[in-house]
Design a protein around this ligand. Structure first.
Ligand code: SF4
Length: 280
C-alpha cells in the first residue's frame, strides 16, 4: 500500500471533572466511572509525554480537557502548556481539544502556539438529544465554525456505535462535509459499565464500511483518523482500516482507556508496508 499514515497522540491534561451528561463519556462526574480524575496534569509530565510522542513518530499532540468548554483558568492553563511545548517539542503540531470555544478564546490559543482545534460533532443533530441533554449539537457546530474563523486547522468527527441509525450517521457525515475539516477523527464507542448506554452493537465489517463511507462522503478531508476504540473494535483485523480509507491513527493511550504500545502499532504499519508520515 503506497500511502503515508499520520500519527497523533492525545494527552488528557485534566480528567474526569465534567458536569455535562454525555452518555458515552466516562469523564462525566454523573456516572461515577472508575477512572483517574485530576484537575491539572503537572507540566513536566505533559512535556515527557510530548517527547515520547514525538520520538515515536507522532506529528500531532492534542491537549484535551474534560469540561464542557474553556473557562478563563483552563484557557490560561492550555496556553501556558502550549508555550512550553512550542519550545520543548517544536516538531509537534499542537492541537487543543477543550470543548465549546468562542472566537476570542480560539484566537488566544492561536497566539499561544496552538495550530489546530479538535471539536467533534459526535453524532447527527437529530440524535444528539438522545446522548446529551446539557448542551446542544448547534453549540458544537458553532464552535467548529469559530475554529475556521479563527484561522485554526479544524479537526472534527464523531462516534459510531451509540445506538444511532444509518440515517444519523449519514446526516453527521453530511454536516462534517459542510464544515470541511482537515482531519475527521472517528471513534467507536468503548463501553464502560458505569454508563447507561448499551454496548456498541457494530461488527468489525460494519465498522470498516463506516470508515469507507466517511472517506467517500468527505473526500476533501486530508485525513480520516481512526481514534478511540480502535483496538477494541478491530482487534486482530486492525490493519484493514487502512484499505478502507483511514490514513491516520491515534497512538498510545486514550483519555481514560489504555491503547496498545506505540511500538506495536509501528510494527503493524511496517508489516503492511505503510510509512509513517514525517511532516504535516
Ligand atoms: S462535555 Fe466532553 S468531557 Fe464532558 S461529558 Fe461531554 S464528552 Fe465528556
Amino acid at each position: 500500500m503506497d500511502k503515508k499514515i499520520f500519527l497523533c497522540s492525545i494527552c488528557n491534561i485534566n480528567s474526569g471533572t465534567c458536569n455535562e451528561d454525555c452518555k458515552f463519556c466516562s469523564q462525566s462526574v454523573r456516572y461515577r466511572a472508575d477512572i483517574e480524575r485530576f484537575k491539572q496534569k503537572p507540566i513536566d509530565k505533559i512535556v515527557q509525554e510530548a517527547i515520547v510522542a514525538r520520538d515515536s513518530g507522532a506529528l500531532g499532540f492534542c491537549l484535551v480537557t474534560s469540561d464542557k468548554g474553556l473557562s478563563d483558568k483552563t484557557l490560561e492553563f492550555v496556553c501556558s502548556i502550549a508555550k512550553v511545548l512550542s519550545k520543548e517539542t517544536p516538531e509537534l503540531r499542537l492541537i487543543a481539544c477543550n470543548g465549546t470555544a468562542t472566537l476570542e478564546q480560539l484566537l488566544v490559543l492561536k497566539d499561544a502556539g496552538i495550530k489546530a482545534y479538535n471539536h467533534n460533532l459526535e453524532t447527527s443533530r437529530a440524535f444528539y438529544p438522545h446522548i446529551c441533554t446539557t448542551h446542544s449539537w448547534d453549540e458544537r457546530y458553532e464552535t467548529c465554525k469559530n475554529v475556521k474563523e479563527a484561522g485554526l486547522v479544524l479537526i472534527s468527527g464523531g462516534i459510531f456505535g451509540l445506538g444511532e441509525s444509518m440515517e444519523d450517521r449519514i446526516s453527521m457525515l453530511e454536516s462534517l462535509r459542510d464544515l470541511q475539516p482537515m482531519s475527521v477523527p472517528i471513534n467507536f464507542y468503548h463501553h464502560n459499565e458505569a454508563l447507561e448506554l448499551k454496548p456498541n452493537p457494530l461488527s468489525i465489517d460494519e465498522s470498516l464500511e463506516l470508515i469507507k463511507l466517511t472517506r467517500e462522503m468527505i473526500p476533501e478531508a486530508q485525513r480520516i483518523m481512526v481514534a478511540g476504540g480502535r483496538e477494541l473494535m478491530f482487534k486482530e483485523r486492525v490493519g484493514e482500516i487502512f484499505s478502507y480509507g483511514a490514513n491516520s491513527i491515534v497512538v498510545g493511550n486514550y483519555l481514560t482507556t489504555s491503547g496498545c504500545a506505540i511500538s506495536k502499532d509501528l510494527e503493524m504499519l511496517k508489516s503492511l508496508n505503510l510509512q509513517v508520515a514525517t511532516s504535516v
